[in-house]
Design a protein around this ligand. Sequence first.
Ligand SMILES: *[C@@H]1O[C@H](CO)[C@@H](O)[C@H](O)[C@H]1NC(C)=O
Ligand SMILES: *[C@@H]1O[C@H](CO)[C@@H](O)[C@H](O)[C@H]1NC(C)=O
Ligand SMILES: *[C@@H]1O[C@H](CO)[C@@H](O)[C@H](O)[C@H]1NC(C)=O
Ligand SMILES: *[C@@H]1O[C@H](CO)[C@@H](O)[C@H](O)[C@H]1NC(C)=O
Ligand SMILES: *[C@@H]1O[C@H](CO)[C@@H](O)[C@H](O)[C@H]1NC(C)=O
Ligand SMILES: *[C@@H]1O[C@H](CO)[C@@H](O)[C@H](O)[C@H]1NC(C)=O
Ligand SMILES: *[C@@H]1O[C@H](CO)[C@@H](O)[C@H](O)[C@H]1NC(C)=O
Ligand SMILES: *[C@@H]1O[C@H](CO)[C@@H](O)[C@H](O)[C@H]1NC(C)=O
Ligand SMILES: *[C@@H]1O[C@H](CO)[C@@H](O)[C@H](O)[C@H]1NC(C)=O
Ligand SMILES: *[C@@H]1O[C@H](CO)[C@@H](O)[C@H](O)[C@H]1NC(C)=O
Ligand SMILES: *[C@@H]1O[C@H](CO)[C@@H](O)[C@H](O)[C@H]1NC(C)=O
Ligand SMILES: *[C@@H]1O[C@H](CO)[C@@H](O)[C@H](O)[C@H]1NC(C)=O
Length: 836
Amino acid sequence: MAGLNCGVTVALLGVLLLGVERLPRGAEAFEIALPQGSGITVHIKLGTSTVPAKPCYIVISKRHVTMLSIKSGERPVFTFSCQNPENHFVIEIQKNIDCMLGPCPYGEVQLQPSTSVLPTLNRTFIWDVTAHKSIGLELQFSVPRLRQIGPGESCPDGVTHAISGRMDATVVRIGTFCSNGTVSRIKMQEGVKMALHLPWFHPRNISGFSIANRSSIKRLCIIESVFEGEGSATLMSANYPEGFPEDELMTWQFVVPAHLRASVSFLNFNVSNCERKEERVEYYIPGSTTNPEVFKLGDKQPGNMAGNFNLSLQGCDQDAQSPGILRLQFQVLVQHPQNESNKIYVVDLSNEPAMSVTIEPRPVKQGRKFVPGCFVCLESRTCGTNLTLTPGSKHKISFLCNDMTRLWMNVEKTISCRDHWYCHRKSYPLQVPGDILQLPVQLHDFSWKLLVPKDRLSLMLVPAQKLQQHTHERPCNTSFSYLVASAVPSQDLYFGFFCPGGSIEQIQVKQNISVTLRTFAPNFQQEASRQGLTVSFIPYFKEEGVFTVTPDTKSKVYLRTPNWDRGLPSLTSVSWNISVPRDQVACLTFSKERTGMVCQTGRAFMIIQDQRTRAEEIFSLEEEVLPKPSFHHHSFWVNISNCSPASGKQLDLLFWVTLNPRTVDLTVVVIAVVGGGALLVFALGLIICFVKKKKKKTNKGPAVGIYNGNINTQMPRQPKKFQKGRKENDSHVYAVIDDTMVYGHLLQDSGGSFLQPEVDTYRPFQGAMGDCPPSPPPTCSRAPTVKLTTDEPPSCLTPESESEPYTFSHPSNGDISNRNTDIPLLNTQEPVEPAE
Ligand SMILES: *[C@@H]1O[C@H](CO)[C@@H](O)[C@H](O)[C@H]1NC(C)=O
Ligand SMILES: *[C@@H]1O[C@H](CO)[C@@H](O)[C@H](O)[C@H]1NC(C)=O
Ligand SMILES: *[C@@H]1O[C@H](CO)[C@@H](O)[C@H](O)[C@H]1NC(C)=O
Ligand SMILES: *[C@@H]1O[C@H](CO)[C@@H](O)[C@H](O)[C@H]1NC(C)=O
Ligand SMILES: *[C@@H]1O[C@H](CO)[C@@H](O)[C@H](O)[C@H]1NC(C)=O
Ligand SMILES: *[C@@H]1O[C@H](CO)[C@@H](O)[C@H](O)[C@H]1NC(C)=O
Ligand SMILES: *[C@@H]1O[C@H](CO)[C@@H](O)[C@H](O)[C@H]1NC(C)=O
Ligand SMILES: *[C@@H]1O[C@H](CO)[C@@H](O)[C@H](O)[C@H]1NC(C)=O
Ligand SMILES: *[C@@H]1O[C@H](CO)[C@@H](O)[C@H](O)[C@H]1NC(C)=O
Ligand SMILES: *[C@@H]1O[C@H](CO)[C@@H](O)[C@H](O)[C@H]1NC(C)=O
Ligand SMILES: *[C@@H]1O[C@H](CO)[C@@H](O)[C@H](O)[C@H]1NC(C)=O
Ligand SMILES: *[C@@H]1O[C@H](CO)[C@@H](O)[C@H](O)[C@H]1NC(C)=O
């Protein structure tokens, strides 16, 4: 003191006289008096984070220093050489309290020396309490309580509490906490070190906690969290993110108002390599008869807990060579019981050996604000964000969720046939069971996997209500649709979305498929009565799919090829059986003029066949324009068969069918007028045809469904009315669409007969037909290639009303030799043989 500058002395004296220990700014002199035996030491040192432009010093006894330590009993006076020492220096005030030497100063902890005498620097008050191993020390925090923060996080107001304990000589970090949380008490044994960091600008002048002695807690520590209302707390195991001390026990207690419910979820954890004992968590849950309830860290943790509960983390004896680490970060969420939470739903899967139900969060982006938990609970206890109900047993589930629309449900059921003898012709309903419908969760997908033995059986789906295919032109507007897709792993094929309220009466598919009922609106429950499909196992066929369509009068039925956006898969064929009622006429219209596709291998075809007359038109989908709108008086087939298309040149066709009443059915009249002769010829022709056809079919085995021969299609020709043609052509014409031709490459097991298909009927246009008046192409007709099944009336009978455009033309009378022969008609052995 002797060397003290005179001016400073005067100022200091004045301050002391006024009872104010801190000198007014400008004088910048401080005196810190630490009473003898207080156990306090103060360090003023350079902080870490600043890069000062000008150096700053502590000026004490005219010496410029960068560090000052003040011990108990000392009373130095010092100034700073700069105006803003808080940018340079920090102050650390450590108080050691040894409860083994004397009585412990329990009770409220003071900031000592008071913040008002300290220079405005960042302050860290450290209390280091040592006690006997058997003494429990409890830190009690007043409101606002503490909130634990993870590594890398910081507190908004800069005030942090770093708490650590002691185990023998080792320091164990309990955690770092901000103000404003739920942690009300921390109990430790043997010793506790609390570091309260206050930034220089923070006005806090109290420690905010007290210390009490407790009996031994027999573990590393106990952390108590008090919830006064809804909220959440994130907590971590000691030393997090480093490993929890070996073979230790740590407990968290939670005080939860009785009217609220708590749920625990583990955010992060790791387990170590245990040599002895098992790492686990144990809960004491009020009302549980099985306390303590023991869980592995990987288990779903309990939820929907009413009342106070506690949770303990128990370590193990670790493998010395490779200990691993045990660590845990978890969240406790306290919220009002949701109105669903008291309801128990029973989902009985005991008779469903192949059905699994998953309830999970709907994938949505969530903001950063507090989001209440949304849990599904099994037996009201084990709650998780998702839940899978396993087949074969009965489940009791409840929900703890503020908003049930945050969840959805997916169900998968497998119906498989192993023994085709047994399943043949058997049917099963595909219906969402009541147990699923009753749940307060939106059903997203209910998927039936329908599996049949390869090449033995096919499947037929018959909907309770006729289906509509979802198209851009006529989108489904129901709350659900069926997605029918192949379930053959190697096959990337879906048939489309179908919803009730259309004209599709039946969908037959070749092999394993999945039928997925997907809901699009929450009102599915109300519309659930419209669902329902029946699947039957039917004899195997080779088309990929056959759709049976019975349009309703005046409705426009839109249909499109499977795999719409990716194109019909290579070498597949699909058929539509389109019914035309007796008194109606159907108009078939294609959405575009050309397919725009390019075949790499094989040829792509469409065959339109009148089911009654069996008259056919074949279109090469690659080269020709698609048919103009055409009228059909009888049920007909639209059969499409794909080649192996060049990439990017896929086959996708959209067409629609409309029905209109037939204006006048002149057929009967005209036939009557023309007289019995023509009729007789016609009938004869029919008989001959059928006989021939039958013979051929038996020779060649089953008709199989990939039309894919290298058929050379003819030029468009003068169209003629269908049902007409020349009787002398019958057998030849029929052969054009001989099974061998179109299905040839699939007939691997056929005999040699198909190797000589009756190819003689593909004839190029030979000019105007002698027997048929050239007629202008009707608006609704185009017939590039023709094949007639039946012997036709010899001349141009006009059985239909003149107003009716004709659909099919008959073949020319040119002879076989006119066939275009430069392209092989068929490659029977190699389905994927290049076309040329
Ligand atoms: C004082 O604390 C604040 C906030 O905690 C920090 O930004 C600043 O860098 C500290 N100052 C020094 C000198 O360490
Ligand atoms: C403390 O919590 C309250 C309410 O949650 C909030 O308004 C306030 O900003 C918080 N203060 C700090 C320092 O985190
Ligand atoms: C803390 O500051 C408040 C005013 O800001 C004052 O009323 C209170 O007495 C101070 N407490 C202590 C222990 O200095
Ligand atoms: C707290 O300490 C006092 C004196 O050291 C002792 O008498 C008392 O029993 C202790 N209380 C507990 C709960 O250990
Ligand atoms: C902790 O567990 C996570 C997965 O839960 C794993 O990715 C990570 O590697 C583990 N860390 C250690 C240190 O074992
Ligand atoms: C946990 O709770 C149970 C029941 O309330 C109680 O008996 C037990 O002492 C508690 N354990 C701890 C460590 O808090
Ligand atoms: C649940 O509560 C919401 C509003 O809080 C209400 O709209 C809904 O109907 C309730 N559900 C049940 C099952 O009571
Ligand atoms: C569902 O829970 C399991 C573990 O319980 C987890 O692996 C899976 O990712 C969860 N799924 C979702 C969608 O949360
Ligand atoms: C269909 O599924 C059954 C059963 O899994 C399997 O045996 C069969 O080979 C599958 N069919 C095809 C074409 O993959
Ligand atoms: C759905 O579309 C049909 C016609 O396609 C119409 O009759 C029906 O009213 C529509 N329903 C809704 C809910 O829009
Ligand atoms: C075509 O559809 C009609 C009407 O639904 C049906 O009677 C007929 O059996 C079907 N033909 C084939 C081969 O499936
Ligand atoms: C069209 O396909 C159906 C069903 O696969 C079949 O019965 C019919 O014979 C085919 N028609 C022609 C001309 O290939």
